[in-house]
Write a protein that binds this ligand. Structure first.
Ligand SMILES: *Cc1c(COP(=O)(O)O)cnc(C)c1O
Length: 333
């Protein structure tokens, strides 16, 4: 089965071997405060810095999900409340989670700006020049949800203080782990707020990470698989080029070689990693069912576009032959 689902998405094909390796070698049974395990944590962070070109003064921590990162930003980094300029279902959900913790009582006094870089629900993205504009105009911290683009696109990390992603989308790994990246400025803010109330308070996580440890028993298998995948992938600038070329091809193909309509009309708003295709409800239902018969899983629509779109993940774990197979299917459809 070939899958273009945007999350959980196709895992790198090598992950099957890496998982077997982790179990056979006993990595998954290592105590998480042992030297062997701490070496894996340390090496995984080193590789993330290297392969994703993350600035050396930005910190990296491992938590469980992007949803958890939403709460960490609200609990540990937000003084008054946060501002959420969103354009889709995940952005809205983030705002709802954050405002349950730090309600917006007086509009305009927010000290954290929360941006979803790639809105998985409708296939739109916030480009680096827009983020740069936010950076110029907003004096507080900026937090970026990059769940469906981190690992696929090159970012200007300096444009935000917090970046995070769970690993089951663009990073091509099984769910249950998230990467949380934060700047020295974010850490300073956490120290001022001094939240130590929760098991996942950022300061508590940070102090553990300084020892290559985590507050609770982490997803050791997930961290090991992330390390192995980071060893295997090319530098992010190369991956970025591949993904942008593939995205341009996809949009060109859908517009010129099929009768489908793109959900997002303005090319500059279109995502490079999640492509949303629009159609009549019956046509969408039929194409998904027929694709399944051909061994291809298309992504369902999400939220408001549940029944009138399908989505195509354009993540680096997806291979050229799989893309060709979906194109052949869509050509004849
Ligand atoms: C999937 C997704 C999430 C939620 O990720 P979890 O790992 O389930 O917490 C958050 N934001 C975006 C943009 C997503 O695509």
């Amino acid at each position: 089965m070939i899958t273009f689902y945007p999350g959980p998405s196709k895992v790198y094909s090598q992950v099957a071997d890496y998982a077997q390796e982790a179990i056979r070698s006993g990595v998954v049974s290592l105590n998480h405060r042992s030297a062997g395990f701490m070496d894996i944590v340390k090496e995984t962070r080193r590789l993330l810095h290297e392969k994703l070109a993350i600035p050396s003064d930005y910190h990296i921590a491992f938590v469980s999900s992007a949803t958890e990162c939403w709460e960490i930003v609200a609990q540990s980094l937000t003084v008054t409340t946060s501002l959420h300029p969103y354009g889709g279902a995940f952005g809205k959900k983030w705002m709802e989670y954050a405002h349950r913790i730090k309600p917006m009582i007086v509009p305009g006094e927010a000290d954290v700006l929360c941006v979803v870089q790639n809105e998985t629900s409708n296939g739109t993205q916030v480009r680096m020049d827009t983020l740069a504009q936010f950076r110029r105009e907003f004096s507080g911290l900026i937090a970026v949800d990059a769940v469906s683009s981190l690992g696929g696109l090159a970012f200007d990390w300096s444009l935000a203080d917090v970046w995070f992603a769970s690993v089951q989308k663009c990073l091509g790994l099984p769910a249950g782990l998230a990467v949380l990246i934060y700047s020295p400025q974010a850490l300073k803010q956490a120290e001022i707020i001094h939240d130590r109330q929760y098991y996942n308070s950022l300061l508590f996580i940070h102090e553990n990470m300084a020892k290559d440890q985590t507050p609770f028993t982490p997803n050791g298998l997930g961290i090991y698989l992330l390390m192995r995948v980071m060893q295997q992938v090319p530098p992010i600038s190369d991956v970025d080029e591949l993904i942008r070329n593939r995205a341009a091809d996809w949009y060109q193909f859908l517009e010129n070689e099929t009768g489908w309509e793109l959900l997002i009309q303005k090319p500059e708003q279109r995502s490079d990693t999640v492509i949303a295709v629009r159609g009549r409800e019956e046509a969408i239902r039929a194409v998904k069912a027929d694709a399944l018969k051909s061994g291809i899983t298309l992504g369902n629509g999400y939220g408001d576009w549940k029944s009138t779109t399908f989505r195509i993940a354009n993540f680096p774990a997806i291979e050229e032959w799989e893309i060709e197979q979906l194109k052949s299917f869509l050509r004849t459809y």
